[in-house]
Design a protein around this ligand. Sequence first.
Ligand code: FES
Length: 171
Amino acid sequence: MTAVATFYTMYKRRPVGKHHIGVCTNTLCALLGGDAVYDAIAEHLGVGHNEPTADGEFFLERIECQAACTHAPVMTVDWEFMDDVTPTTAVDVLDRLERGEEVWSTRGPRIRNFDATERTLAFASDDLATEGNSVDAKMLAGLTVAAELGMSAPAIPAPSIPAPSSPAQEN
Ligand code: FES
């Protein structure tokens, strides 16, 4: 159990408050404003990397690439995506959460809280897989262009598996 909890960074071994806020500052997000988003949130909350707010409402973390670069810069709230954020829109999300307003991921479900997300990661389905938008035209752009150009991936050859030899032949 300890090995799993320490390997997967989505699990936390200490309380992180009601909402975990992740800001991707890897290369593409940083180039497109991720550092500015992180700085605005850090200043707004008065905390730094891996720190909770005094009221336990938020926990801020610089996170690695979420494979969501299509919509960089990306921030996550309780591991749900907030795409194409700016310093202003990112802080607005925090303000709305603080006021108890309903907030939706830009491509996923309604934001619940970190505890609920952690339960989903560890246990059974939460039935939220179809809630909210999951894929948009920007994410499918490469596939769309490939289809328009009649491109396709080469077939994967079947592996050749040698037939087992019988014990009689081996002697
Ligand atoms: S660099 Fe931020 S999601 Fe990939």
